[in-house]
Design a protein around this ligand. Sequence first.
Ligand code: HEM
Length: 197
Amino acid sequence: MTAIAQPTAQLPLSKRLKAGTSRDHDSVDTLVMHSRPFESLERYGYFLRVQHRFHGAIDALYDDIALNRLLPGLSELPRFEAVCADLAALDLSVPPVPPAVIPSSPHAALGWLYCSEGSNLGAAYLFKETQRIGLDAQYGARHLAAHPQGRGLHWRQFVALLDGLDLSEAQRDEAVSGAVAAFDFYRAALREIFPAA
Ligand code: HEM
């Protein structure tokens, strides 16, 4: 039997988000690697500042009551404090808390959270790279370390929550737009914070 391409409208939300942002992901991934964040502690410091900008801007979303109703357990997941701890461990000044992003709707906020939580998967690779410059979960790379239950399980639980939401097509579109906006934000932070190569 010939496989028929599934229209995105019928995809579970997580797959829809992935399909709607795969180009954004690849461009951010390439930009991060071109920034050579693990070449030296100095360059890793710029990377931490990018992470600080991103995780600081979305930190309040993790405590949002309406979002916690949609995604129970959300308030246990933010990584902003760990990013601040990593900066402090390396004796780098912790920048002021960045202005909070205000997604256009709670459904757009789901897309921002998808971007942030999914970045934990690629962090497995980034975490390994930090060992080249002498860092680990206790020293400088705490925010990239795996969740105590493991990255895979943690991600599958998050995906199950996303996919269990009963959303209209317009709300699913908003979630994808939110995820695209989150990748755009990350890309802009990278370009601004890393010195030109
Ligand atoms: C050099 C940097 C990066 C690399 C090498 C990388 C690599 C990866 C890999 C290999 C996966 C898939 C893992 C799996 O399916 O088990 C993944 C997933 C993901 N990454 Fe990245 N990533 C990077 C940076 C980022 C950044 C900066 C963000 C967000 C700001 C991000 C967001 C995501 C998301 C949302 C997913 C989940 C995709 C899905 O729906 O399955 N990644 N990444």
